[in-house]
Design a protein around this ligand. Structure first.
Ligand SMILES: [Zn+2]
Length: 76
């Protein structure tokens, strides 16, 4: 499920929520339960292959996946 970030215009809260696309627009504020929330750009909004984001994600995966920095742990 994608992680979405929401902003509540009633209490000015920002929160993140894992929600399926089907319910992405049915979210209420986690603090005040207002329906006046709007969805911000998702952390994972950019699909892989979208230019700069791709190379950044790739580097993060390679270095953050196992902590070995590449090659010595057998996970590559
Ligand atoms: Zn709120």
């Amino acid at each position: 499920m994608p992680l979405f970030e929401y902003y509540c215009s009633d209490c000015k809260a920002r929160f993140e929520l894992l929600v399926s696309h089907k319910h992405a627009d049915d979210v209420v504020c986690m603090k005040c339960h207002s329906e006046k929330v709007r969805r911000l750009l998702s952390v994972f909004a950019s699909p892989r292959g979208a230019g700069e984001d791709y190379s950044f994600d790739g580097a993060a995966d390679a270095e953050g996946g196992c902590g070995c920095g590449g090659g010595s742990c057998g996970c590559h």
